[in-house]
Design a protein around this ligand. Structure first.
Ligand SMILES: Cc1cc2nc3c(=O)[nH]c(=O)nc-3n(C[C@H](O)[C@H](O)[C@H](O)COP(=O)(O)O)c2cc1C
Length: 539
């Protein structure tokens, strides 16, 4: 048996974890569903800070989130932070089928396994002691892992949000490919936080210069776990709002973290792991982020978003009703307004979530499998997401594609949709998505192609950012679908090379990172839906 490398490059990992038509990436042969890892991380012996639950949807509409300055900023305090966490990472419902009961959250996750953990680091808030807090979605409360004195970091109020991943949660089910899913889930969570911040009139700024080691130190996830599954640091986001300091003073936070006294014992999620996937740790090592200059900000276009049919509904309701469809009406047609709006909301815009929280120009571009959209010929289409991307895609995809512009779908700032190929692509969409009917039966399916530029080889941590961008695109699709009276589903299982062959992708310059489908959902009436927080009392 060959020894596994202890460090893997993005390319080596990505190639190794491709599903092929005749062979899936390495994963567990059997699963004991009763031994599924605990979906909730808890830290025992920490002071607990319950957060208020939203009792009324409020006056902010979903459309307002897409109009910068439409929302009067809420005060940055415990209630505001609680509201943000509730609509971004909190529970959205419980589901019950026979004796089985499981929680859903506002942020989706591959297999509903939820590897992403949320943190708050705050100083100077009026009603929350300064410190580092782990968010517990099932209790909607903060667990204080460390406190600190304001004198150590300055007294101007400031709040950072942190994300970390417990890779084992996904690896338990998906084996070696799980690292990809963890990264996509981070992208969804990051985007969910950006929408949640917009609800309060706040913006989020990713602190892209921080190295992973310092993120881990600040969140306390480098502390000994006593045998519990480790958390890997992902990123920090600063809340920007009137009255809070823009915490660019990394050194003062880091000095405090170095002196903090930590409390709390993490729970063991899976007491009897049946398999081991050392490749996950190897790619995690190989994509660790060192300290870097900040990633350049990308402002996006200033043109207003196109309105969605259900934009006037309360934003809180829409953020909480997001779900994945398990099946679609194979005869359901998407109307043209919805289709155009779905694409329009993938265009990065100034101050509009989730793009306001993502740095740099877009590097992920959708190819669409259009099945049933009013006024659109079925076939393959491409949506380059910045003005130079058309040339890039044109050079990297099959030279026989038509590249006919679709003026009827013209989007802001000269971005356009292009028809590549005309024909019925339902069967091939389903086949490529690991034979999943949802990709054929939705009205439109998407393959999200990432630019695989040399900087990924030079700065391997960018591999994670590509997935975060793809996950954020997924979150925008999920929420826009709801705002159009439709439903989306993320698709992590697809045959990578079969898709690349279909599109004629040459030289590995583009790689598909995520698939998605949107259409008219079919509801499974056998599954009961219960409210998210009926088990909590907050008087
Ligand atoms: C990264 C990612 C990959 C996913 N892949 C699939 C997939 O291949 N097939 C599928 O039916 N659902 C897929 N889903 C949907 C999840 O199963 C779903 O989000 C999860 O069960 C939680 O349900 P909810 O989205 O309704 O909250 C994926 C979701 C994410 C975020």
């Amino acid at each position: 048996m060959s020894a596994e490398p202890d460090r893997l490059s993005p390319r080596a990992y990505h190639d190794r974890t491709k599903h092929q038509l005749d062979r899936y990436a390495a994963g567990p042969g059997t699963l004991d569903w009763d031994a599924q890892p605990d979906p909730f991380r808890r830290y025992a012996d920490c002071p607990e800070f319950p957060l208020a639950l939203t009792t009324a949807p409020g006056t902010v509409s979903f459309g307002d989130l897409h109009r910068p300055d439409a929302i009067t900023p809420a005060p940055v305090d415990r209630a505001g932070v609680g509201r943000l966490l509730e609509v971004a990472l909190g529970l959205s419902a419980w589901k019950q089928y026979g004796p089985d009961r499981w929680a859903l959250r506002c942020n989706p996750s591959s297999g509903n396994l939820h590897p992403t953990e949320g943190y708050v680091v705050s100083r100077g808030l009026p009603d929350l002691p300064d410190g580092v807090y782990h968010y517990r979605p099932d209790q909607h409360q903060l667990e204080q892992r460390a406190g600190f004195s304001a004198a150590a970091t300055g007294s101007a109020p400031a709040v950072l949000l942190g994300l970390s991943s417990i890779h084992w949660r996904e690896a338990w089910k998906y084996g070696e490919r799980a690292y990809r899913y963890c990264q996509l889930d981070v992208g969804h969570a990051l985007a969910a936080l950006a929408y949640g911040a917009a609800l309060l009139g706040w913006q989020l700024r990713p602190l892209t210069e921080w190295p992973d080691a310092e993120v881990a130190r600040l969140l306390g996830v480098d502390q000994p776990t006593g045998g519990a599954e480790p958390e890997h640091p992902d990123l920090l986001l600063a809340i920007e709002a009137p009255g809070v300091a823009s915490p660019s003073d990394a050194e003062s936070w880091q000095a405090w973290a170095a002196a903090a006294i930590w409390r709390g014992r993490p729970n063991v999620l899976d007491p009897c792991p049946l398999y081991q996937w050392p490749v996950i740790e190897a790619v995690s090592q190989g994509t660790t982020k060192p300290v870097t200059p900040p990633m350049a900000a990308f402002e996006g276009v200033a043109a207003p978003c196109l309105p969605a049919p259900e934009d006037t509904r309360p934003a809180v309701d829409l953020l909480r009703q997001r779900r994945s469809a398990q099946a679609y009406d194979p005869a359901g047609t998407m109307d043209f307004v919805a289709f155009r709006c779905l694409l329009d909301r993938l265009v990065p815009r100034v101050g509009v979530p989730p793009w306001s929280a993502l740095p740099e120009s877009p590097k992920v571009h959708p190819v669409l499998f259009v099945h049933r959209v009013e006024g659109m010929t079925p076939g393959l289409y491409a949506l380059p997401r910045h003005t130079d991307a058309r040339a890039l895609l044109l050079g990297a995809l099959d030279q026989r594609f038509a590249w006919e512009a679709c003026p009827e779908v013209a989007l802001a700032s000269g971005l356009a949709l292009y028809r590549l190929f005309t024909g019925d692509v339902r069967r091939v969409a389903g086949l490529i998505s690991c034979h999943q009917a949802i990709a054929a039966q939705g009205a439109v399916a998407f393959a999200l192609l990432a630019e695989w530029t040399p900087e990924i080889e030079d700065e391997p941590w960018r591999y994670r950012w590509r997935h975060w961008e793809a996950g954020a695109l997924g979150q925008a699709l999920y929420l826009t679908a709801e705002a159009c009276g439709l439903r989306g589903t993320g698709i992590g299982c697809y045959f990578d090379e079969a898709l690349h062959e279909l599109l004629g992708v040459r030289d590995g310059r583009l790689q598909s990172l995520y698939h998605f489908t949107v259409g008219h959902p079919r509801h499974d009436t056998r599954i009961q839906t219960l409210p998210p927080y009926a088990h909590l009392r907050r008087d």
